[in-house]
Design a protein around this ligand. Structure first.
Ligand code: ATP
Ligand code: MG
Length: 354
């Protein structure tokens, strides 16, 4: 049985059941039976006995995932992907680097807006290296164990150094966000000091990742210490299209429709797209209709709720980047043809009605 993360184990089984529904129906049915029998649990507890606990509450300080199972592969900007791949390759070929007097990347800071795939990227790295992922969520550690955060963080980092694993310090900006609260200044200073020491002394061969939404909120002394600072951009159109295809799980879906849906999600993150696609798939399954139609309707609804100042230019972009007529764009987006003309004229110096 797939261990580690029951949520992704079930999702993976669901995907397999769907994949083999036509070619191996008995196998698919057996998987569905397993899923129906109850939540899929890890066969053995994955919590190591020496896992760090809070000294007073005895609650675990970290979440451990092993093996890491991904339902979908990350869809990433080419530059981001090649840096992540290099990190993995370096750790796989550690020996070669060491012989050349070098060490693989020890620390990397993943920066980007919510829902762009930072945590997913960290999970991907751990999976590629076949190592457990240890996640310390600083926002929850800071809120629940305030007063002992420095000690707790050190305890986690000591543990993470002692086992072969990838460590992720998630929501690192939680440390910075509390800086305004004067009662906690001393505590935070200690915590920043602990982090600086730990990042500096992180051993060769081990990998410490951290993720944040706001690199600018962090003390520059902290982020400057990372070997790599990697910016995750918002998904572009190609990434959105790949997301629509991957989440719909319909490789045969019509290219024009996929492109249209991707355009209607312009400016959104993949996390939001994924949620909507799965909602559409559930709705379509319940009503026996097409997931693609359900998704187009959902995308239209989302579009209709955008603020007018965003909707107008986005509809004009739709007109410029697809083969849709002005009338079709109007019907899809609810933006009037006059408004469409106005925005098209202001962005492209005048577009003739198609
Ligand atoms: N680039 C991506 N490729 C594929 N799926 C993605 C991507 N980005 C987000 N997702 C989907 O959205 C979910 C949430 O993404 P993730 O937790 O990695 O975002 P994050 O950048 O860590 O956000 P936050 O800053 O809120 O923690 C993922 O589990 C995945 O299902
Ligand atoms: Mg995250």
């Amino acid at each position: 049985m797939v261990g580690g993360n029951p949520v992704s184990a079930s999702a993976l089984l669901r995907k397999l059941a769907r994949k083999y529904k036509k070619t191996a129906p008995n196998f698919a049915r057996a998987i569905v039976d397993v899923l129906r029998a109850g939540p899929v649990r890890a066969a053995t507890p994955t919590v190591a006995t020496s896992q760090p606990l809070d000294s007073e509450t005895r609650l675990p300080l970290i979440r451990e995932e092993h093996p890491v199972v991904l339902v979908n592969e990350p869809i990433l900007d080419g530059a981001v992907e090649s840096v992540l791949r290099q990190i993995v390759d370096e750790h796989r070929s550690r020996q070669r680097l060491l012989e050349a007097g070098l060490a693989p990347t020890r620390t990397a800071l993943l920066v980007g807006a919510p829902g762009v795939g930072k945590t997913l990227a960290a999970r991907w790295i751990a999976r590629e290296l076949d190592l457990p992922l240890l996640v310390l969520d600083l926002s929850s550690v800071m809120s629940s164990f305030l007063g002992r955060t420095g000690v707790n963080v050190r305890r986690v980092l000591d543990y993470a150094r002692s086992v072969p694993a990838v460590l992720l310090l998630d929501e690192l900006d939680a440390v910075a966000k509390r800086r305004d609260d004067t009662t906690e200044i001393g505590e935070l200073k200690r915590l920043v000091t602990v982090l600086l020491q730990e990042i500096d002394s992180w051993p060769d061969g081990a990998l410490l990742l951290a993720a944040t939404n706001h690199a600018d909120l962090l003390d520059p002394a902290v982020w400057r210490r990372f070997d790599i600072v990697l910016d995750f951009p918002m998904p572009d159109h190609r990434a959105m299209e790949a997301g629509v295809k991957a989440f719909l799980d319909e490789p045969e879906a019509d290219g024009d429709v996929v492109a249209l849906i991707a355009r209607l999600y312009d400016g959104e993150n993949l996390s939001r797209l994924e949620r909507d696609v799965f909602r559409a798939r559930r709705a379509a399954t319940m009503s026996g209709t097409s997931s693609v139609d359900a998704l187009v309707n959902m995308a239209k609804d989302r579009f209709a709720r955008l603020p007018t100042s965003v909707r107008g230019p986005a509809a004009a972009r739709l007109l410029e980047t697809t083969d849709l007529s002005q009338r079709a764009v109007h019907e899809l987006t609810g933006v009037s043809r006059d408004t469409l003309r106005k925005y098209s004229a202001s962005t492209s110096g005048g577009t003739d009605a198609k």
